[in-house]
Design a protein around this ligand. Structure first.
Ligand code: CP3
Length: 366
């Protein structure tokens, strides 16, 4: 059956009526969960975990076993795509991702080619099919990719960066070279996401983590234009069901109107933009996903509940509540106490019912 039993997440993305606000968390499977750390140890490393479909499936399901989440997200990483392009991804302990062969030379940029996702990223497609089988129609599975600009940041810098000096210098001095990288990467991302959809992903999200580091004109030209191109090429219906697309530019709240206009179903927001304000600006053109500050999860349980209600109220202050997917404004911190996540998820489910026409919350639930 194509449609999952709990399809609240998909319906909210399509701005259809729901009984409560659905919730999932960016990086919901990760180091804050002791069971994740245990599986990663068994795999040997983060990358071998990503490349082993059985173990990737196991960690994808871990947060769902603990919490009443409304969606699963494929366990993988955005940097698998440049890895498949031959850049040689590795993780130096405590230093984050690195590439053995950063993309800087003109000849290497000319030679760059989009990988065949069914060949070079077969392990991701196998994980998607295995996770869909294991979920057995309980909740929808989200596939994802990085945006071309965010991937280019890592590819050109050779890892993370404080100021993106190398990639931005290329932008200012040799925009032709950066456009060539973005062009090939956009092809790669569209093929990769379509392969995930064909393998069973029921919604897809594009993470533009570093688009917000650009001046407005450059964001339009070097990030958003490529996001639009990808969205135009995605499979939007599969097995008779719409496959919603979510775009998330961290720091992109100021460009919300233009992001909402590229054909996506939903826009992800970080915690710096007020959801009610965002909604006033774009009306019901797209759904919104977000945007609790991940650091709010370090507050006391009462604090977590209060901050969660604050986000729901900010969205709900302006009319009916359809079109909101609750999430954090960025990935969950590895130092988060796992029990705080239960408080968040339960508060979203119980408190949000008042904003929907659904069944009243059980007594004493908020
Ligand atoms: O949301 C999920 O649960 C799915 C898994 C997921 C991971 N990375 C797992 C991961 C997703 C969606 C990503 C996306 C990702 N990866 C992004 C975009 C989202 C964002 O956070 O901005 C980016 C920029 C990356 C690149 C990346 N991968 C970095 C910078 C790091 C190191 C930082 C860190 O948190 O350690 C990673 C490693 C990574 N990706 C981990 C996980 C669980 C931690 C690795 C480990 O187990 O040691």
């Amino acid at each position: 059956m194509a449609r999952p039993k709990n399809d609240t997440f998909l319906r909210a993305l399509l701005r259809q009526p729901v009984d409560y606000t659905p919730v999932w968390l960016m990086r919901q499977a990760g180091r804050y969960l002791p069971e994740y750390c245990e599986t990663r140890k068994r795999a040997g490393s983060f990358l071998s975990l990503c490349k082993n479909p059985r173990l990737a499936c196991e960690v994808t399901l871990q947060p769902l076993a603990r919490y009443n989440l409304d969606a699963a997200i494929l366990f993988s990483d955005i940097l698998t795509v440049p890895d498949a392009m031959g850049l040689g991804l590795y993780f130096a302990e405590g230093e984050g991702p690195k590439f053995e062969r950063p993309l800087r030379e003109e000849w290497a940029i000319r030679d760059l080619a989009a990988p065949d996702p069914h060949a070079h990223l077969r392990y991701v497609m196998d994980a998607v099919s295995e996770i869909r089988r294991a979920l057995d129609g309980t909740v929808p599975l989200i596939g994802f990719s990085g945006s071309p600009f965010t991937l280019a940041c890592y590819m050109v810098e050779g890892g993370g960066s404080e100021d993106f000096r190398t990639v931005k210098t290329m932008l200012f001095d040799r925009p032709d070279l950066l456009h060539r990288i973005l062009d090939v990467t956009a092809r790669a991302v569209a093929d990769y996401l379509n392969a995930q959809i064909e393998s069973g992903a029921q919604a897809v999200m594009i993470f533009d983590t570093w688009g917000g580091a650009l001046p407005g004109w450059a964001y339009q030209e070097f990030s958003l234009a490529y996001l639009r191109r990808i969205v135009d090429e995605l499979i939007r219906e599969r097995d008779g069901e719409r496959v919603p697309v979510i775009a998330f530019t961290k720091g992109g709240g100021q460009w919300l109107e233009s992001i909402a206009a590229i054909g996506v179903d939903a826009v992800g927001l970080d915690w710096t933009t007020d959801l009610g304000e965002a909604r006033r600006r774009i009306g019901d053109r797209v759904a919104l996903q977000g945007n609790l500050d991940p650091v709010a999860l370090f507050a006391s349980p009462e604090g977590v509940a209060r901050e969660t209600r604050r986000v729901l109220e900010s969205f709900g202050a302006h009319g009916p509540h359809s079109g909101h997917v609750f999430n954090l404004g960025h990935g969950i911190s590895q130092f988060t106490p796992p029990e705080r996540v239960s408080v968040l998820v339960d508060t979203v489910h119980q408190f949000s019912r008042r904003f929907h026409g659904g069944a009243p919350a059980p007594a004493g639930s908020d």
